[in-house]
Each structure stands twice: as structure tokens, then as C-alpha cells.
Design a protein around this ligand. Structure first.
Ligand SMILES: N[C@@H](CCC(=O)N[C@@H](CS)C(=O)NCC(=O)O)C(=O)O
Length: 306
């Protein structure tokens, strides 16, 4: 599920997503153009469209950047249905999961427009150029950085902080953002043990850091905080149980939990968070993890606390 070979969507994806040690390997994004002021993808209000899914944490990065950097009126969004089908990410004809930009019924149709010979995974987020009918980027890290360069509202990468932000980004990507997937998709006990140990080592380290700092880098909200938040928002409702990331909960870490709520209460952020959809998506039927697709009722978590 989710792979295109020379423009053809493969319902049976032949590519294993784990290596020989049973560790999950995320494929690299392959479409990595850039919006600039002077083209080939010039900045224009209303020209670009974001393909997202509420439950995807990588799409969540792009949604956060769109909101916090002030692009809600300039960049439209289509939200895929939270449970993928054998066609991958799909859309309804109308309603909240309709694609009003291109009216496609599956995301692979957007990739096919980009290039009839596209080979690679069909993932969200996608930043699409309606004028050239090309995908600008399917890499969330680039989309966040790119929108940052175009925004006058907030600076997610203040001068002088880039090395510190990059250090956090690297650690958090491999042990936390992707770390929860390494735990949840591990095919061996060793691979799972390694992933969970590294994940909680990093969370413990961040908990210590937040005892004396408000934010990860330089005393201001940066890209590193933006990139950590989607994993924290999904942690207790999804990863703790569905991916067996259960040494501690987010709510067991006083500093991290306070920090996560501080981000949640930033203007516009709570509108990008959908706890019920996270549960529905992460507890999709899966032969390996949840054969019957039953969604748990709990946990009950109060994010409204300041
Ligand atoms: N490197 C990508 C990863 C995106 C990604 O893996 N998205 C997942 C959803 S959370 C997806 O669409 N997976 C579909 C697939 O791999 O078939 C990014 O950060 O933008």
C-alpha cells in the first residue's frame, strides 16, 4: 500500500518497510523543489495547495507552519480520510474529506499529475502548485522551512540558533518523531527494545532541559518545538498503546506536559489537533497491530489546563 512504480499505483506494495534486523526504515521523500520569490515556483497567494491528513504527524508539521506563519488564507488544504484504503489516502466527493482543489478521489492521482512516471511512496504532506500542476515538495521538513522563509509573521529559525535547532531536530527526528514508528512497526523484540529505549532517553533528556528552559533552543519557540509537538499530541492517545511506547505517558512528565500544553494554547494550534481522529487512524485495522480495528475509549486527557 502506498507505492507508485513509473506512474502506476501498486495496490500490493512489494517493498518491505523493515531492514534485516526488523527495524522500520522510512523511505526518503523524492520531490524536493522550493518556493522562492522569483520562480520556477514563485510565491503567490492562493497558488499553492496542501494535501494533508489530520492524523499524520508529518502533515501536522506543515499544518502548524501554515497556521503559525500566517498562511491560512493563502494556502488551501485538502484533508484525506483518516483511514487509508487499498488506494492509499483517499477523498470523499463532498464534506470535510473532499478535495476541492483538484477533485481527486485518491492522493496517487495528484502524484500522477506531477509526473506520469513517478516512482516512490504516495505520502502526505504534499505541497502542490495549481498553476504548473506540479508537486513542489512532499517533504514536511522542507515545507516547514520553506514557509518560514516566506513569512513575516514569525521566525522559526532565528539567526544564530540554527546549529542548536538542527541538533534538536536530528535527535528528535530519529528517536522521537520517527522513533515511535520504529517502536510500533518493529518486527523483532530487539528492534522494538532499541527504539523504545532511545525514545524514552530523549524524552527524559527533554524533560530535564525543560526544567530550566521554556523552549528547546535559545529561549524562543523554534522549528524544533514545532517538530516535536505533533508527536507529543499523539503520544498518550495513540503511541502509548498502539505503538507500545508505554514506559511513561506524556502526562507523567511534568515539564514536558506543561510545555506541550503551552504549544497547544498558542493561537491556532488547537485547531490543528484532532485527538479522536488520531485514535481512529492509529487504531485502523492492521493484521500486525490491530486486526479488528477496535478503537479504545480512553484515555481521557485534559489539554485545557494552562
Ligand atoms: N518524509 C515524509 C514522510 C511522510 C509520511 O511518511 N507520511 C505518511 C503518513 S503519516 C504517509 O503518507 N504514508 C503513506 C505510505 O508510506 O504509503 C515527510 O516528513 O514529509
Amino acid at each position: 500500500m502506498g507505492l507508485m512504480l513509473k506512474g502506476e499505483y501498486l495496490v500490493d506494495d512489494p517493498k518491505p518497510d523493515t531492514d534485516r534486523e526488523g527495524e522500520f526504515r522510512r523511505a526518503s521523500s523524492v520531490i524536493r523543489h522550493w518556493i522562492t520569490m522569483d520562480g520556477p515556483f514563485p510565491w503567490e497567494k492562493g497558488r499553492y495547495h496542501l494535501y494533508a491528513a489530520w492524523n499524520c504527524p508529518w502533515a501536522h508539521r506543515a499544518l502548524l507552519a501554515r497556521t503559525l506563519l500566517g498562511f491560512e488564507d493563502a494556502i488551501g488544504v485538502s484533508y484525506a480520510k483518516p483511514r487509508r484504503s487499498d488506494q492509499g489516502w483517499i477523498y470523499d466527493k463532498r464534506g470535510q474529506y473532499a478535495d476541492r482543489a483538484l477533485r481527486v478521489s485518491a492522493l496517487h492521482e495528484v502524484y500522477a499529475r506531477q509526473s506520469p512516471a513517478y516512482t516512490g511512496r504516495v505520502t502526505v504532506p504534499v505541497l502542490f502548485d495549481k498553476t504548473t500542476q506540479q508537486i513542489v515538495s512532499n517533504e514536511s521538513a522542507d515545507i516547514v522551512r520553506m514557509l518560514g522563509t516566506l513569512s513575516t509573521k514569525m521566525d522559526l529559525l532565528p539567526a544564530g540558533l540554527a546549529p542548536e535547532v538542527e541538533d534538536w531536530n536530528r535527535l528528535i527526528y530519529s528517536t522521537v518523531n520517527n522513533g515511535v514508528y520504529k517502536a510500533g512497526f518493529a518486527r523483532t523484540q530487539d528492534a522494538y527494545d532499541r527504539a523504545v529505549t532511545a525514545l524514552f532517553e530523549t524524552l527524559d533528556k527533554i524533560e530535564d532541559h525543560l526544567a530550566t528552559h521554556d523552549w528547546l533552543a535559545g529561549g524562543v519557540f523554534t522549528e524544533a518545538d514545532l517538530r516535536l509537538f505533533p508527536t507529543l499530541a499523539r503520544f498518550d492517545v495513540a503511541y502509548h498503546y498502539a505503538f507500545k511506547c508505554n514506559i511513561r505517558r506524556l502526562t507523567d512528565y511534568p515539564n514536558l506536559w506543561r510545555y506541550a500544553r503551552r504549544i497547544y494554547h498558542m493561537p491556532g494550534v488547537s485547531e490543528t489537533v484532532k485527538f479522536d481522529i488520531y485514535k481512529y487512524g492509529y487504531f485502523s485495522p492492521s493484521e500486525l497491530r490491530n486486526p479488528l480495528g477496535i478503537v479504545p475509549k480512553g484515555p481521557v486527557i485534559d489539554w485545557s489546563l494552562d
